[in-house]
Ligand binder design. Sequence first.
Ligand SMILES: Cc1cc2nc3c(=O)[nH]c(=O)nc-3n(C[C@H](O)[C@H](O)[C@H](O)COP(=O)(O)OP(=O)(O)OC[C@H]3O[C@@H](n4cnc5c(N)ncnc54)[C@H](O)[C@@H]3O)c2cc1C
Length: 407
Amino acid sequence: MPCYSEQVKATIQADNRRENGLWFELTTDQKALLGPLKDFLKTEVAPGAIERDKTGVFPHEIVRQLGAMGVLGMQVPEQYGGAALDTVTMALITEEIAAVDGSLCLTVASHNSLCTGHILVAGNAEQKAKFLPDLASGTKLGAWGLTEPGSGSDAAALKSKAVDKGDHFVLSGSKAFITQGTVAGTYVLLARSDQAAAGRSSADGISAFVVSADPKIIPGKPESKLGLHSSDTAALNFENLAVPSENLLGKRGRAFSDVMTVLSGGRIGIGAMGIGLGRSALEIAAKYALEREQFGEPIANKQAISFKIAEMATELEAARLLVLKAATLKDAGKDYTLAASQAKLKGSVEGVKACDYAIQILGGYGYVQDYEVERMWRDARLTRIGEGTDEVQHLIIAREYLKQFRH
Ligand SMILES: Cc1cc2nc3c(=O)[nH]c(=O)nc-3n(C[C@H](O)[C@H](O)[C@H](O)COP(=O)(O)OP(=O)(O)OC[C@H]3O[C@@H](n4cnc5c(N)ncnc54)[C@H](O)[C@@H]3O)c2cc1C
């Protein structure tokens, strides 16, 4: 432990994180939710974040308590035990969790937006009644299996197979990088049930299935990752997994458009996650720059440092505006595909950049674990990859923007 750092570290770690700079008044409901959540994050989550990053232990008890607070069924209707929150509130909650623990944020975001989100998008009344209550309470965690060893950005190239046996399908295949892969109780798996018709895109013929944990879904060992150490990521293998036909989610062979809807919703959360991590790094860097003296004065007096802080504060705010715009469009039932990709791209790029600048502002102290900004950078880096890379967001944004000019 470097001896200089004790006092400064105490200053920057003291929980005087500022409100997230919102320009609008939170509703009474939002205050009632965010107040206790922030207290919980401060007292129960923040103290162990560095340790969990070191050990990689999955925080079952914290997740259980988040379930009791409604955070694992954020957009699930009340009739299924959910909190029925709007997307704006979900984005605010996601940012708050990321500001304290990126791993926990990915757990919550993927559980809500991907597995639970797919059931909300495509499930029928029986499927919702059967699977959503346990997901909303956190009794079961959700995992969503789209990516395969050979198909990531080109998700429609997936090779897992679902063979129709009349009253059930038999699924065989492999999935890669599945969040909650080893801890989930409910999986949504994408598999090819029908070969694409000649001349048609490979997105045709993909079906989704909701499946309870089964001995035939065999997770690989948790991946050893750059960051997000206490988020669970694993490959999945399944051979001859019998799934009742009533577990088909949405229309047979037509799941890919649901996948796109699920991912668009999820991207709002990943944008918010980048912002939460970047915001914490900015706050640590700002406090540090005012404390740390070199050449006889606080380094915050140096323009090279203060301009970095100005850029971080401005770009993170711009990113937050995009996240809240996408969330508002989604809540209004309007097309949010373009806005969600812009929010995801901006939130993740600016989140990573803010963490990188924070490391630079803290100098050598930024490079050691106790100051947390190096963990934030490692955690934030995933946001530029998961749920569609930067490059994929550029493809979507260009496609959606150009639509208006095409004849
Ligand atoms: C921690 C973690 C958690 C994850 N959780 C899940 C999960 O829960 N469920 C799930 O299904 N998946 C999950 N993923 C997978 C994730 O969504 C993929 O890693 C991501 O979509 C990228 O796919 P890939 O890794 O195969 O990279 P590739 O698609 O092979 O891409 C490699 C590079 O090529 C670029 N590239 C690819 N195509 C193009 C193109 N057309 N134009 C320009 N550049 C291109 C990419 O942008 C990237 O830079 C997770 C991944 C990680 C690391």
